[in-house]
Write a protein that binds this ligand. Sequence first.
Ligand code: ADP
Ligand code: MG
Length: 257
Amino acid sequence: MNTERNKDEPMIEIRDVHKSFGDLEVLKGINLTVNRGKIVSIIGPSGSGKSTLLRSVNHLEVIDQGNILLDGVQVNRPDMKGLQFERHINHIRQNMGMVFQHFNLFPHLSTIDNITLAPRKLKKMPPKIARELGMELLNRVGLASKADVFPNWLSGGQKQRVAIARALAMEPKVMLFDEATSALDPELVEEVNQVMQSLAEEQMTMLIVTHEMGFARDVSDWAMFMDGGVVVEECAPQKLFSNPDQERTQNFLRKHL
Ligand code: ADP
Ligand code: MG
């Protein structure tokens, strides 16, 4: 359909973003562009501002300075007030799927109801169509047999795959992952990585914060190392993980590879 679209079209643009909590400046002028269909990984030590940056992209954190754009539309709009801003940000958020370290599934809803809640409520999707969509998404993450099971009955890896399916249900333009596998037992990491890998193959635009250096190296088109609220180094993943220029990057990787 969109064959004429420029492949280098920016989907996420982060421009000179600053964010402080009180006196603590956590983001000190971050710049990053994620183009359509590309996968960018962010690595860095704990406390370096990775989650704050990701949360800023969908306005879970309000930035102090700079700009964030999703598919050319400015996310932060200090000029908008009240209901007008609420409508704006809800529309933006529908286009961003976010997956957190802790799955945040609704415990009182079955797997399929977790997935179809947003399309039913926000898109007024009829229940039958929503169920079909939910089953299709469960199939995609390999959990079709778990449709009517409650989250407590699922393993961590299964919960995270449901969380990914739920994020996909609104057909987002981009997916944001904040350490999606960090809370999982090692033997469950691979099944979640495989789902993320399949999204990559389907050309989903993704911004990934991860501790999984091997995974980041294998799936990413671009990798960024953050420390102390600044981008220390960014380049092709093959270079970042094997031959980084900066000493801070080298030291970090020595401890984590
Ligand atoms: P990372 O994800 O890289 O571990 P974070 O973005 O979570 O880093 O945190 C960066 C810094 O900001 C840390 O020092 C953290 O304590 C601080 N921070 C994060 N969120 C808040 C908050 N809501 N209030 C105050 N400080 C915060
Ligand atoms: Mg974090």
